[in-house]
Design a protein around this ligand. Structure first.
Ligand code: SF4
Length: 261
């Protein structure tokens, strides 16, 4: 796929034959119970398994109803996904506020890896949001801004899938410390897999070096955690890597990774 190829309107996806389909297609609540129980069993069985094995488990059960989420920081999970199942969809939410380096990383991912990059955009452009809500909503109400520009478009896009994979790691924040390798995302009625949940930053750095993984250049320019430009600042060496996100507001998550049971 070339960098210019941006399938903003992805085609239909479905669960593997014989598996419950996406929640948005009238899936029965009894199927939710089955999926949630499957998540609980898999979380125990796969705790301690390597990331390839965890993602392969999800591919075997849910592909083509599985999608990988990426914020285009380090592309470790994309690299693993491209090896485990070439052609997997990778979901990226273009909020309209990203650093140019992040958009460039998205384009480089689409050019280099055999994955299907799905770029999702909010209903309103930044200019339209400014007109409706007033300028710099991210300063006045970042939760609402994230809901409008990240979480809602993301959830609309997820609605066609049965399972999604995230690159969150337990050591990143206290809110993520309890992350299981497989979870039931109750809010979205989806299976969520977290193949990197047990990884440390050293594990990430080693994998990037060993596999020559594509990374957002800002990671090596003082931005160990990268979000939208207005809400991300450089951090000093030794500072909490996520302290540059929504700095001084008390906000620590955009909401994409909240919703697990
Ligand atoms: Fe808005 Fe900031 Fe959230 Fe981006 S990170 S959606 S700019 S509040």
């Amino acid at each position: 796929m070339t960098p210019a190829s941006r399938p903003d309107r992805p085609g239909p996806a479905a669960a593997a034959p014989g598996r419950p389909g996406p929640a948005g297609r009238g899936r029965r609540l009894s199927d939710d119970v089955t999926l949630a129980a499957e998540c609980a069993r898999a979380a125990e069985d796969l705790e301690g398994a390597d990331a390839d094995t965890i993602l392969k488990w999800a591919v075997d059960r849910y592909h083509p109803g599985l999608v990988v989420a990426s914020s285009m920081g380090d592309c470790v999970l994309v690299d693993i996904a491209a090896r485990v199942q070439p052609g997997l969809p990778v979901l990226f939410v273009d909020t309209g506020y990203h650093f140019p380096e992040t958009i460039g990383t998205r384009d480089a991912v689409a050019a280099r890896y055999p994955v299907q990059v799905l770029t999702i955009q909010p209903t309103r452009t930044v200019a339209e949001q400014d007109a409706a809500e007033g300028p710099r909503l991210y300063e006045r109400d970042p939760d609402r801004c994230c809901a409008l520009r990240k979480v809602t478009p993301f959830e609309v896009a997820l609605g066609r899938f049965t399972a999604w994979a995230s690159g969150v790691r337990r050591e990143e924040t206290s809110a993520r410390a309890g992350t299981r390798v497989v979870e039931w995302d109750r809010k979205r009625r989806m299976v969520k897999v977290n193949p990197l949940a047990t990884w440390t930053q050293d594990d990430v750095d080693r994998y990037i070096a060993d596999h020559d993984v594509l990374v957002n250049p800002l990671l090596y320019d003082g931005y160990p955690s990268i979000g939208c430009a207005p809400c991300t600042r450089r951090v000093a060496p030794g500072e909490d890597p996520r302290s540059g996100r929504w700095s001084g507001t008390g906000k620590v998550e955009c909401g994409l990774n909240l919703g697990e049971d």
